[in-house]
Design a protein. Structure first.
Lengths: 252, 333
């Protein structure tokens, strides 16, 4: 009971902080819009693995996935912030377990990332993707599954980093390969075999595939069946939460 | 369950080593209920390490510490619920309001929701922050933040409140303010407080008992008045350029009990200041040393401290070097 209250409290804190940060909210609109409009209209690919889908329609679920990935990773910064500004101490001496501290932060970061990912759906009409309310609601659990694991990665990396700068550097190293090799921007048909393996173990591949199945419907030829995608995400989440709590609990 | 202990804090042979460095060396002491207990020591004496062990942040290398009857290594959660902590560095969320910070704390410490609001108002009133409670913390001044942290430390009715250098980095006026709250608190809530400081005045003003710590050991422990009284006699301060020569001359005589030199000044610990002073001036004249100024005063805690540690704790802002050292020290942590 008291652990649950602790988790709730820490979740509420993350969400409050996020909602109050106006610049972050605004910038969260801008980046996906740039990708969809500028990149999406300038690029034309022929072999999309889908017959009746435009490139912008093709990348739309990919950009949702990208937004989720980047925001989730970025959430790790809260660990560094808390350490720099001393708030981590207040949490560390509180009578709740490290597991609860981690879970609270993770769900909080995940909530923020899902909110941000949902904003992207606002632009769906610009790129001519018709997303029904039903499809959006079905996307939500997929988005949650993507962010749980990704936020865990972000929090773990951040708790291992000594400074803000090194966290920023490592983020780029993780974000871009995961993004490029997820099939978000282009099908991985022509990618060499050794790189394709990266995409096979890349959780975002399954996240984006699941989102395409839901959003594009029959027009999209899935890489894997939906339940397979979801299973992959669940395994990823469980593994990451396990690893993260181990590492998170070890610090100090 | 906690038995009704005679002491709120009971420390036996507590030791912490970092590699070959012994930060806290077999400390033994106890703190009585309602007492304000001071840990006085120079930077790096082991005060914060000791406090961190009592707060369950650090694990002791050996020895035991009981807080409210709970062992810090065996029952850290019970210990955490029994104590409130005001850290040396700020530890609040400055993107939240004062009230939100308190609410969060109340939830983390499992204060029942029905009494939360009343208790929060109570502690806010105690530190006179009611009217600023709903402003974001980032708009608070340094002194207000400290006060909110003190309020937060008290929120969950702790048995003991730890204050780690509560007035470091605050201006003298704000410092007086915080002192006022702390002594007010100990009167009104009758709460046990453990306070680390390197300000003499702070220890003298606030603490019922003071432990002087140096190199991880307690070198003296008593009421401030007792510490000073155990130090019979007077202190003569002599300002001169020829500190060394005069000290040598006086050491040869049996006029003074103890001689310390620092900053172009000699501090002489003597029996009867009024009688010894003329002899000191004579002695200086004999060897042709020019004395710029002299003064006699009763021993202060500072003199006691110097006696036990052979060092002086300098007040902050005394010189630039010390200020830098303080910043560096805080940065390392």
């Amino acid at each position: 009971m008291s652990e649950l209250r602790g988790i709730y409290t820490l979740w509420l804190r993350e969400v409050k902080r996020y909602v109050r940060e106006k610049t972050r909210l605004i910038s969260s609109f801008v980046q996906p819009l740039l990708w969809l409009v500028i990149f999406g209209s300038g690029m034309r690919l022929t072999s999309l693995g889908a017959t009746s889908v435009s490139y912008q329609q093709f990348i739309f679920p990919g950009i949702v996935g990208q937004t989720l990935l980047f925001t989730s990773m970025f959430m790790g910064i809260s660990v560094i912030w808390d350490r720099e500004f001393g708030f981590l101490k207040e949490i560390m001496v509180a009578p709740i377990s490290r597991l609860s501290v981690f879970i609270g932060k993770m769900i909080g970061g995940s909530t923020d990332a899902v909110i941000q990912g949902s904003f992207v759906f606002v632009f769906s009409f610009i790129v001519g993707v018709r997303v029904s309310v039903e499809a959006f609601l079905l996307s939500l659990p997929v988005m949650i599954l993507i962010t749980f694991g990704m936020v865990s990665v972000g929090l773990t990396l951040a708790s291992l980093m000594e400074s803000l700068e090194s966290f920023g550097a490592i983020q780029t190293f993780v974000n871009l390969p995961l993004f490029f090799l997820s099939g978000a921007l282009f099908p991985l048909t022509y990618v060499p075999d050794w790189l394709r393996w990266v995409s096979v173990v890349n959780p975002l591949t399954y996240g984006v595939d699941a989102l395409r199945i839901i959003i594009l419907g029959k027009a999209w030829t899935p890489i894997a069946p939906l339940y397979y995608d979801l299973l992959a995400l669940v395994i990823f989440d469980l593994a990451m939460v396990f690893v993260s709590t181990e590492i998170f609990g070890r610090r100090k | 369950m906690a038995q009704p202990e005679k002491h709120v804090i009971e420390v036996k042979g507590l030791t912490k080593t970092f590699g070959s460095l012994v930060a806290v060396n077999a400390l033994t002491f106890s703190v009585n209920p309602g007492e304000v207990f001071g840990l006085l020591g120079p930077n790096g004496a082991g005060k914060t390490t000791l406090l961190s062990m009592l707060c369950t942040i650090l694990k002791p290398t050996s020895g035991t510490a009981l807080i409210n009857g709970f062992d810090v290594t065996k029952h850290p959660s019970d210990v955490r619920r029994s104590i409130g902590i005001v850290f040396q560095e700020p530890s609040i969320d400055d993107r939240l309001t004062g009230r939100e910070n308190l609410e969060m704390h109340a939830n983390l410490y499992g204060i029942p929701v029905p009494i939360q609001k009343k208790r929060i108002d109570e502690v806010l009133e105690l530190v006179e922050l009611q009217d600023r409670a709903d402003s974001l913390m980032r708009t608070y001044s340094g002194g207000m933040r400290r006060r909110l942290e003190i309020a937060r430390g008290l929120l969950h009715y702790p048995k003991a409140l730890f204050l780690d250098e509560p007035t470091i980095g605050l201006d003298p006026q704000t410092r007086e303010h915080i002192w006022h709250y702390v002594s007010e608190l100990s009167k009104r809530e009758n709460i046990t407080m453990i306070l680390t400081t390197h300000y003499m005045e702070e220890a003298d003003k606030l603490c019922d008992r003071v432990a002087i710590i140096d190199h991880g050991k307690i070198v003296a422990l008593d009421k401030p008045e007792q510490l000073k009284a155990g130090f019979e006699g007077d202190v003569i301060s002599v300002k001169t350029v020829a500190v060394k020569e005069l000290a040598e001359k006086l050491r040869g005589s049996n006029l003074v009990r103890e001689i310390r030199e620092h900053d172009g000044e000699l501090k002489l610990i003597v029996g009867d200041g009024g009688k010894v002073l003329p002899r000191v001036v004579e002695a200086a004249a004999e060897i042709g040393v020019y004395i710029e100024a002299v003064s006699i005063h009763k021993p202060t805690l500072e003199d006691v401290f110097m006696h036990y540690t052979g060092r002086e704790i300098r007040e902050e802002g005394g010189d630039e070097y010390h200020g830098l050292a303080a910043i560096k020290r805080r940065g390392i942590k």
